[in-house]
Design a protein around this ligand. Structure first.
Ligand SMILES: [Zn+2]
Length: 229
């Protein structure tokens, strides 16, 4: 996506399609009145099209041609492709390494060493280094009030350091067993106002790409709109 404040140049072109029919059938597909149904921006880097779509759950957002949310405000629920959940979030669990009861502030996802770990939302890296217990750990400040933490990594992805801006779904590191870990897994935390919440159930801003019936409805609508741009 284009950052208009940063990337805008005089020679760029922008085109809009408005849905002005105003009848019930079309307003169903609109967001607020006056929101363009489609936008095309042409820059040196190429064409960027986004399309307004009201999903079957009744919410209108802009999506890219592929059905991804155009603005990455949301969160992915899972930061990796995992085998199973090896330890749940808990106020009090018996720690297998420390051999004592203490809170488990995240969820452990068992996965082979080297499995890619993805940022679950856009944000800025606030820590990337070694911590006792957590081993190689990355902390990301996401949009307020959220922050996320990824521990026991075997290594970091290239360019990941304090201050790095990351995008939702970007690879930030790889599963390992550094720190106090009995086997390769990702320890993942979601904090809301710095308080750990259960990553599997905490309410997150939606980001899910379009799927199934929404995606097929969107595809036919965006094709029609694309012809008008
Ligand atoms: Zn853990």
């Amino acid at each position: 996506m284009i950052d208009f404040r940063r990337d805008w140049k005089e020679k760029n072109r922008v085109a809009f399609v408005f849905d002005t029919k105003g009848d019930k059938a079309s307003s169903e597909d609109q967001g607020r009145p006056g929101m363009p149904a489609a936008v095309r921006v042409v820059t040196d880097a190429g064409e960027h099209d986004i399309f307004l779509y009201r999903n079957l759950a009744g919410k209108a957002f802009y999506y890219t041609k592929r059905g991804d949310r155009a603005r990455g405000g949301g969160f992915l629920r899972y930061p990796l492709d995992f085998r199973r959940i090896s330890s749940q979030f808990s106020q009090r669990r018996f720690d297998p390494v420390l051999k004592r009861w203490q809170p488990h502030d995240g969820v452990d996802f068992a996965a082979p060493s080297g499995t890619a770990v993805h940022a679950t939302a856009n944000g800025v890296v606030t820590f990337a280094g070694v911590q006792t217990g957590y081993g190689n750990v990355i902390e990301i400040r996401n949009r307020p009030p959220y922050s996320t933490l990824f521990a026991h990594l075997s290594r970091f992805a290239k360019g990941i350091r304090i201050g790095t801006r990351v995008k939702r779904n970007e690879v930030i590191g790889y599963v390992g067993a550094t720190g106090w870990a009995t086997g390769p897994h990702l320890h993942y935390e979601v904090q809301v106002d710095d308080v750990p919440k259960n990553p599997l159930t905490v309410s997150l801003p939606p980001a899910e790409p379009l799927q199934g019936r929404d995606l097929s409805r969107f595809a036919s609508r965006s094709e029609t709109l694309e012809d008008l741009l």
